[in-house]
Design a protein around this ligand. Structure first.
Ligand code: DAH
Length: 340
């Protein structure tokens, strides 16, 4: 029995010596000290030992048991410490590594130009109006004094959709929708996408306009000139030269296009690429609202007058930032967009 105890002791201590983890130590504890463990079995066998040998044997079993327990405690503490320092090492964070800077977004050049124009008009008391991008022929053309089969419809390369509808070719139908539902005095602008069957370096099938109009008693061409000069100078600078040049639109009479003095050559023309030598750059269309438009919405043209205008936002942004191809606005190329 003594030899057996000694060999259990030696085996237990050797096994504990090689145990690396908490789990391994727990397995050994069960194997030697558990209810069915090897030392426990020996203790149970004590009743077969002769009464003379019993005290010495009992003392020996207890001593070995205590020894193994102590070894387990120590090995367990070591295994825990080792596991902990391993985990600390693997989860180590180097707080001195410089952080990665998040990319800062910025607003699209078209959004920037739009905001400048909208701010200028809102500052003059204009409110914001909206209309559908899919329009009916009546609002896009007829009420704007484009008679059916009139050649003026060819000015706009219309995209047709089902059910006698069109993709609005301009934001001017919003004028009609606002005047149909409200009475003068009115001062409103409408910003939005417009569509034409047209595509090259300066034309996109989808582009944006700002429409604006003002209706009241006694509105004159001088109001038109004052409001538009203010808005254009907000975008191109307070010192920009401005001129109004006679033009034609079905929904205005008289009509005028507004030009600014070329900022490329300072108005001198010559071989300037931007104004093609004319010294002037066209930036918008405008005019006094045609009496036929007032009749279409039920306003009395003898009582009310007003002016209207339409601005191509891409065109303004291309001029302002000297961008040569309209498609750049829609290509989502960060090398382009991050310059604004
Ligand atoms: N709707 C015109 C276009 O798309 C622009 C325009 C010109 C709008 C004169 C107006 C205006 O309101 O009075 O080209």
């Amino acid at each position: 029995m003594k030899e057996k105890l000694e060999s259990i002791r030696a085996a237990a201590l050797a096994a504990l010596d090689g145990a690396q983890s908490e789990n391994a130590v727990e397995e050994l504890r069960v194997r030697y000290l558990g209810r069915k463990g090897e030392l426990t079995a020996v203790l149970r066998g004590m009743r077969d030992v002769s009464p003379e040998e019993r005290p010495a044997m009992g003392a020996l079993v207890n001593r070995i048991k205590e020894e193994v327990e102590a070894a387990i405690g120590e090995t367990l503490a070591n295994a825990r410490a080792a596991e902990r320092s391993q985990r600390v090492a693997s989860e180590r964070i180097d707080v001195t590594i410089p952080g990665r800077r998040p990319l800062l977004g910025r607003s699209h050049p078209l959004t920037q130009v739009t905001a400048e124009l909208v701010d200028a008009f809102v500052g003059l008391g204009f409110s914001l109006a909206e209309g559908p991008e899919i329009e009916d022929d009546y609002h896009n053309f007829e009420a704007l004094n484009f008679p059916p089969d009139h050649p003026a419809r060819d000015m706009q390369d219309t995209l047709f959709v089902e059910g006698e509808r069109v993709m609005r070719t301009h934001t001017s139908p919003v004028q009609i929708r606002v005047m149909e539902s409200q009475q003068p005095p009115l001062r409103a602008i409408a910003v939005g996408a417009t569509y034409r069957h047209d595509s090259d370096a300066t034309h996109s099938p989808m582009f944006h306009q700002i429409e604006g109009f003002m209706v009241d008693r006694g509105i004159t061409f001088a109001h038109l000139k004052g409001v538009l000069t203010h808005a254009v100078r907000a975008v191109f600078g307070e010192r920009s030269a401005v001129r109004l040049r006679p033009s034609f639109f079905p929904f205005t009479e008289p009509s005028a296009e507004l030009d600014i003095g070329c900022f490329g050559c300072g108005g001198s023309g010559g071989a300037c690429r931007i104004c093609k030598g004319t010294g002037w750059i066209e930036v918008l269309g405008s005019g006094m609202i045609d009496p036929n438009v007032f009749r279409a919405v039920g306003y009395d043209p003898e009582e009310y007058s007003g002016f209207a205008f339409g601005i191509g936002i891409e065109r303004i942004a291309m001029l302002k930032y000297e961008i040569d191809d309209i498609r750049r606005f829609f290509a989502n190329d960060l090398r382009f967009l991050s310059q604004f």
